[in-house]
Design a protein around this ligand. Sequence first.
Ligand SMILES: NC(=O)c1ccc[n+]([C@@H]2O[C@H](COP(=O)([O-])OP(=O)(O)OC[C@H]3O[C@@H](n4cnc5c(N)ncnc54)[C@H](OP(=O)(O)O)[C@@H]3O)[C@@H](O)[C@H]2O)c1
Length: 433
Amino acid sequence: MSNPLNIAIAGLGTVGVGTVQVLQKHAREIAVRCGREINITAVSSRDKSKDRGVDLSGFAWFDDPVEMAKTAKADVVVELIGGSTGVALDVTMASIAAGRHVVTANKALVAEAGENIARAAEDAGVTLAYEAAVAGGIPIIKAIREGLAGNRVSRVIGILNGTCNYILSTMEETGRDFDSVLKDAQDLGFAEADPSFDIDGVDAAHKLAILASLAFGTRLGFKQVHIEGLRDITALDFVYAKELGYRIKLLGLAGQTDAGVYQRVYPCLIDQEGPLAAVDGSFNAVIAEGDFVGRSVYEGRGAGAGPTASAVVADLIDIAAGRLSLAFGVPAARLADLKAIPIKDRAGPFYIRLTVIDQPGVFADISSAFGHANISMESILQRDHDEAGNAHIVIVTHSITEGALRLALKGLEDHTAVVEAPHVIRIEDVWGE
Ligand SMILES: NC(=O)c1ccc[n+]([C@@H]2O[C@H](COP(=O)([O-])OP(=O)(O)OC[C@H]3O[C@@H](n4cnc5c(N)ncnc54)[C@H](OP(=O)(O)O)[C@@H]3O)[C@@H](O)[C@H]2O)c1
């Protein structure tokens, strides 16, 4: 066997400890698979005294992970701290400057600074590997970058955030409102104390920007992702969505057309019989469409110690076996400029829920506002809602532009019988065009 691959791990939280466990438990098999052992030589975290449930006694301890990145006896530094700036970025750049490969699970870092890091890594002749950064245990980076490399990929769609998917599945199952389900998710450890990155769609947008760059060969465009989160989804919307044959999911959608690239994250209605509809709880799934392969679907656990560490260790095995990839499949300097298609150019059907005073003429006024905006309706539900005499009117439109929708809603803005701001959710055909 060749010399062992020496690694230093920065960050011993959920993923860091998971990585130590996988490497310890499967040391023998891993050594056979890569033809050499993978040895942890050094670790770093904030609190040396914390019991992490793993034996760290054989590893050099560093209080300062940047110092470790510069001086540890390591061929690879594994960055498992988190954050797009600060210590995670410093550890990464120091590792590269010292000629060490970097493995990370940090989607914020890759989405926001990935191009600069990839350039620095190329210049230093080392690799930046980040399989764990998107969709946890699903090997989606490798699938798109290598498995689909013979295709022109036209679309990537995914359930990319397990916390959001858990909240939406639970709201649907229990009929409870967003705030109470979020609180439970926090108590159970499925959502962070500060859940905003997840529920406001930022985490999914980081992952989508990475997938879009890999799929389309374009520069990373996290800032161009149109992002909407979950906060406006109510328990009632699940009731009506179900009646209409849909489920509600937070999707990331990216596509390349002649006009450029769109990248969108928002909750949307999808066909309850379709391919992503059955992906529940903390699971993730991705659909990628290539011109020769057609549609391919990937599903698995999107987070947690085991699945994420599984992806970290896969990257380490590749490095140990000498399979070094360019971070984005092509040299970073050759990524094409990204021409972003704005959300206003989206055309598609919408779900619109209006709360109205149940009085004669309201329905005709709504129809007229929609007719004026040239919107045809595919289906309409009218349901009694509360004792105050309010009713819900739920409209599913045919495919329309965002502009037409805004025009129709503006026509109803000052209507005295419309008692609440309309609830609007986009409808996406994940299996169609
Ligand atoms: N958790 C998941 O399911 C998951 C899934 C996919 C990707 N990721 C990504 O993986 C990375 C790690 O996530 P995690 O869930 O493992 O986070 P975590 O449990 O919060 O662990 C973070 C670790 O970083 C250490 N740390 C923080 N600041 C430090 C500093 N200045 N110097 C040294 N160590 C420092 C902490 O030290 P102490 O323990 O001493 O406080 C802790 O061990 C993040 O980028 C995250 O986005 C996580």
